[in-house]
Design a protein around this ligand. Sequence first.
Ligand SMILES: Nc1ncnc2c1ncn2[C@@H]1O[C@H](COP(=O)(O)OP(=O)(O)O)[C@@H](O)[C@H]1O
Ligand SMILES: [Mg+2]
Length: 223
Amino acid sequence: MALEFTRIEVRKLVKLYGATRALAGVSLDLQAGEITAIEGHNGSGKSTLLSILALAARPTRGSLRFGRLDPLERPALRGRIGLVGHAAMVYPDLTGRENLALTAQLYGLSPSGPEVQGLDGRFELGRFMERPARTYSRGQLQRLSLARALLHAPQLLLLDEPSTGLDVKGVERLTEAVRAERERGAIVLLVTHSRALSEALADRRVVLDRGRVVSDGDAEHAA
Ligand SMILES: Nc1ncnc2c1ncn2[C@@H]1O[C@H](COP(=O)(O)OP(=O)(O)O)[C@@H](O)[C@H]1O
Ligand SMILES: [Mg+2]
């Protein structure tokens, strides 16, 4: 079963939380090797869009296609997605290294294989990796979270405020890592309030307002 895709089509996505309309009909096309920045005020629906694409939340209405596949009917596609979200999704009582080993196993990779070993150099994960994750600073947690999201070479990379807590060097490493993912051919969605990060990375900008796309740098592709 091939779970490969180089395009994502989002059509007329609506997400209701009770009386709150988080998404009010979002259509978007994403392609491999492109970094799309999603911008908009607080509450405009950015995180909701990312969580639906991460297959962590289901849309109320609308459709998604990952290539020719409907991800809502193919939960195995989760294995092709990497997410850096607001919550770090790490086990606090395990060390960073144990967290990465566990994630590797979830993806069917060896916990001591090259994918896991290579992360140390890529993200300069230091001695803190041997301590329980609950002792980490915000920046260390963010670095672990990013390493964890990239470990399995995801085809879709979703980054929600990935520079939170990072120092200047950390932001540089993040920028390099995300560029490398683009080179590899990943589809990248970036939510950030950092103008600098957006300018350094984004090939295209999409602006959300109250759950709608109000500006799309690539609108001719969307229905
Ligand atoms: N789990 C939830 N339950 C209820 N309302 C939610 C939930 N998640 C998001 N919302 C609401 O949906 C709207 C969009 O939120 P969100 O997608 O987090 O926006 P953004 O990431 O752009 O700040 C907001 O009004 C928010 O309060
Ligand atoms: Mg958000």
